[in-house]
Ligand binder design. Structure first.
Ligand code: NAI
Ligand code: MG
Length: 358
């Protein structure tokens, strides 16, 4: 029997509880099939925590997360809290939890399932074989730099500053190389080193670290070129590492290669194996409570957790294989169905995937 691992489960708002319930089904199924052992502890976060505890990120939720090996998060937010003051907004809780847990990178896989190639706006032959991961720096860069207004010759001026320290670049670049070593051993480092000083430091740092990973093939790509190449030759990328703002934009671009927001998983990582895993999509208030949500993004987030936090490659592979198999058999939730009248509910999709795990 494997050592028992603890997962903090934060269902959140909107479709969050619906998709998280299916992910928990998958966790239980992998215990049966592979003999792994997990305890799950639920905690309040986001809008529901504002309603029940008066804050989006209650202290006890933070303690549950800190005492766990990994966090599984559904989604937070909704129109009910949109007009709240900043401290009482679910999104403030998201920034807070990342900071408190020391998470500095966001990992987003973009995998094109063969049978869903038609769901994308790109040609199937361009997408064939696409399986990449964007590693985005989360704590530095222009989003967190000094901002101010001043009077200039041409009237009022606004200034945003972009800063990165060597240590900030080093930690994420090491992480990206290590991820590449576990995948197809290719790393694209994206910057704008022809014009930005932060990018020059970024590139120097990558080049200094690269000899420690001789088995990984490294390329430097300028961000504008990367935006083009993602549409032209997406299957040639394996791991892409980049700073905060470039990563924000490129990860959304990469996400759209796959065609559906309901299929995209993500991880936020710090030092070590601890991670927070969540679907890329939000709380989808428009379809909440109707059993229409696609649970696959959250289920694939569990696979990512098994791979990155626990090293349970066999169970991670089995989950991904089960998803592909169920899709290959033609099963669809409404968001990815051509014939919506035949679409499965959230729980039906979860049941089929659980049963396909062997
Ligand atoms: P959204 O991702 O919630 O929804 C966008 C569209 O995609 C909607 O039409 C929705 O029905 C659909 N969709 C999303 N997930 C789906 C799924 N699993 N299955 C089927 N269809 C799905 O983004 P939106 O509408 O911009 O935001 C809604 C709320 O979610 C807002 O309050 C926003 O702040 C919050 N949000 C939270 C995030 C998080 O918790 N990390 C991330 C993004 C948004
Ligand atoms: Mg974005």
């Amino acid at each position: 029997m494997a050592e028992t691992k603890k997962i903090a489960v934060i269902a959140g708002d909107g479709i969050g509880p619906e998709v998280v319930a299916e992910a928990e089904k998958i966790i239980r199924r992998t215990e049966e099939v592979f003999g792994y052992s997990f305890t799950t502890e639920h905690a309040l976060f986001g809008g529901i925590a504002i309603d029940e505890k008066g804050t989006p990120l209650p202290e006890e939720t933070l303690q549950v997360c800190k005492s766990a090996d990994a966090v599984l998060l559904g989604a937070v937010g909704g129109p009910k809290w949109d007009n709240n003051s900043k401290e009482l907004r679910p999104e403030t809780g998201l920034l807070g939890i990342r900071k408190e847990l020391g998470l500095f990178s966001n990992l987003r896989p973009a995998v094109v399932f063969d049978c869903l190639k038609d769901a994308s706006t790109l040609k199937p032959e361009v997408l064939e074989g696409t399986d990449l991961m964007v590693v985005r720096e989360l704590t530095g860069g222009i989003y967190f730099g000094e901002k101010f207004r001043r009077e200039g010759a041409g009237g009022e001026e606004a200034v945003d500053t972009c800063a990165y320290s060597t240590a900030e670049v080093e930690r994420i670049v090491h992480q990206a190389f290590e991820i590449a070593q576990k995948r197809r051993k290719k790393l694209a480092s994206v910057d704008k080193a022809n014009v930005l000083e932060t990018s020059r430091l970024w590139r120097e740092t990558v080049n200094r670290i690269a000899p420690q990973y001789p088995d990984v093939e490294l390329e430097h790509v300028l961000v504008d070129n990367c935006a083009m190449q993602l549409l032209r030759r997406p299957s040639s990328f394996d791991v892409i590492v980049t700073e905060n703002m470039f990563g924000d934009i490129l990860s959304d671009e990469a996400a759209m290669l796959t065609g559906s927001i309901g299929m995209l998983s993500s991880a936020s990582m710090g030092e070590g194996a601890f991670g927070l895993y969540e679907p890329v999509h939000g709380s989808a208030p428009d379809i909440a409570g109707q059993g229409l949500a696609n649970p696959i993004a959250t289920i694939l987030s569990v696979a990512l957790m098994y791979r990155l936090t626990f090293g349970y490659e066999d169970a991670a592979d089995a989950i991904e294989r089960a998803v592909a198999e169920v899709l290959d058999e033609g099963h669809r939730t409404a968001d990815i169905a051509v014939d919506k009248s035949k679409a499965l509910s959230t729980t039906e999709m979860g049941d089929l995937i659980a049963a396909a795990i062997r």
